[in-house]
Each structure stands twice: as C-alpha cells, then as structure tokens.
Ligand binder design. Structure first.
Ligand code: ZN
Length: 322
C-alpha cells in the first residue's frame, strides 16, 4: 500500500514536523501544527485513572501532550488539506492556554515547500478551533485563497443554530458560543465567495470530490465526520477526534472527553469506527496521536491498540545524509 516514505527531520532532527509518504498513487505529506498541552484532566474518569493509563504507556499526564497532524494529499482531483490546525487560538480562546505552542501549520507548509495557494480542497472533520482556526489569516482573509472548503451539513447546521446546547456537563453555553464564533469567523471568507460547501452524510451523497467520502462519526461534535480517501481501492481514513489518543480513549473507549457534545454517542461512534479500522486493517491518520499519527488499529477484546506504522515503513532508521 505504501511504496515510498521519507521523514523530513525524522533522521536529522529530534523534532520532526514534516513527513512524506505515498499512498497508492497519492503523494502525501503530514505536517505538525505543534503540540496541544492539556494541564487539567479532560476525561470523564478521575485523574488517577488517567495517570495510571498514561504511565502504562510510558507517557506523562498533566500536561498531556498531544500532536496535531494535518495531511496534505495530491489526489488526482487536486491537492487537498484535511483540517487546518489551531492558528491564533490562544488569542481567540484565552481560557484555553493549551494551544500556546500550536498554530505552526503555515510555517511548516512553507518549510515543506507547499504553497497555501496550491491547495484546491479543504476537508474539515468538525468545527472545533484546533481543526478549523487555520483556514483564516490574522487579518481574517482566506489562508488558502484558491480552495473550496467542505464540512458535514449536520456539523455546520449545529454550530450555525442560535441556541447551542450539549449533553456534556462541562460544556457551558458560553464555551459553545465561543467555539461557534471561531468556526463561523473562519468559514466566512469562503462563504462570501461561494467556496464553502456542505456534505450530506445521511445518504450516499457523502462523496464531495472523487476519491473522498465523509463518514458519520457523530458525538464528539454533533456532526463530526471521519474522512476516507481512496486510491487503488485502498482506504486511508482521517479519524479527526473520533478518539483522542492511545493512552486514553483508544485503550479506554468508554472515557468521555470534556469537549464532546454527546459522550454516549461519541463512544458508540468511536467503537464502530475503531472496529471498522481494525477489522479491515485500514491505514489511519489520527489528528492527535503522536506525530505523524499514521498507523493501524488492533482490537484487543474490550479495547483497542494503536500500532504506529513500523519504523522501517516510516523511513526512520534508514541511513540518510543530513
Ligand atoms: Zn481536536
């Protein structure tokens, strides 16, 4: 499935931010938007349970350091970017300092020689700021001036509604209103120019562009979608925030996350998607797994394991001239 890989910085730097690989006929690059650092327990179980699970995975909790992995794919239909990072989120959401070191997507696109004007399509898994804030510049203009932007219809309609509510005990109306404002500001320049499109996921019309399919994985947000990209009849699935990361919601799918609109629905969607990925050995790009977030899911009874693409396939450990 993967014919050729290389990791910029993987063998030459301790802080890789750009990762190239080929999926079928599609040249792909995963770019880091920088880390999110979660200092306070964001899960629905007591902090010691989170610490134990993280320790078991040789990771530290509080802060929980999560990656933000953005895929650029040169599909036959055009060049696509999947989610857009959290540019300027600390200014927009001062009550959430966890994005202080994020918002690096544009810098890393430049480093990878990918011009924002070369992007034809932006596909959004959902409307949370760490996934959409990067589609506008500091001045509120389009960050991707030639791109058509796509998001699920249900997701857009939820955040456009005048009175927002969720079943999560931690999501206040004020927080939801702030999230909605960030999203609506981000899409506005694309709406004004007719370059903003809604994808129906309730029926078979979930294919806005040849090779792309939106998959309903509602719950994290009201209309959250995973996005499937096909090449040579193989699937690669962008999982968005269907789960956060290995040590939390992958190994403990029943754990809720504080920004989940509906934790029960999120759990059901998560288990269904993880079961699908595991049973079909489908390659996945996870937004918040450790960079580059490229790997497979294995089912282990009542929970799941994340299997990062093996180092040999990732291109690490291959002698390179730095
Ligand atoms: Zn996220």
């Amino acid at each position: 499935m993967i014919y050729r890989t290389s990791a910029s910085g993987g063998t030459c730097s301790s802080n890789p931010t750009i990762y190239n690989f080929q999926f079928g006929k599609v040249n792909c690059t995963i770019l880091s938007d920088g880390p999110t650092e979660v200092a306070v327990n964001p899960f629905s179980v007591p902090a010691p349970a989170v610490e134990r699970s993280y320790e078991k995975n040789f990771r530290t909790a509080f802060p929980i350091v999560l990656s933000q992995n953005v895929l650029v794919a040169d599909m036959p239909a055009g060049r696509a970017i999947f989610d857009t990072g959290s540019f300027l989120l600390p200014q927009k959401l001062p009550e959430f300092p966890l994005f202080e070191n994020a918002g690096q997507l544009m810098k890393n696109l430049r480093a990878a020689n990918i011009s924002p004007s070369s992007i034809d399509f932006v596909f959004l898994t959902h409307a949370h700021g760490d996934h959409v804030a990067g589609i506008v510049t500091e001045g509120g203009t389009k960050a991707f001036p030639n791109a058509d932007v796509f998001i699920g219809r249900r997701e857009h309609e939820y955040w456009s509604s005048p009175s927002l509510s969720s079943t999560s005990p931690l999501l206040t109306t004020d927080a939801l209103d702030s999230f909605a404002q960030i999203y609506l500001d981000a899409i506005r320049p694309y709406e004004r120019t007719g370059m903003f499109h809604l994808v129906d996921t309730e029926n078979s019309e979930a294919t806005p562009v040849e090779g792309i399919r939106f998959m309903s994985t509602f719950g994290h947000t009201d209309g959250h979608c995973a996005i499937e990209m096909k090449s040579d009849d193989k699937r690669l699935v962008l999982t968005g925030d269907a789960w956060v990361s290995t040590a939390d919601q992958l190994q403990n799918p029943e754990w809720g996350f504080f920004t989940e609109n509906n934790q029960t629905q999120a759990y059901m969607s998560r288990v269904q998607l993880l079961g699908d990925l595991a049973s079909t050995a489908t390659l996945a790009v996870s937004y918040h797994e450790q960079f580059p977030g490229l790997g497979y899911v294995q089912e282990r009874g009542a929970f799941f394991e994340w299997v990062p693409l093996p180092p040999q396939q990732l291109g690490f450990g291959v002698k390179k001239t730095c």
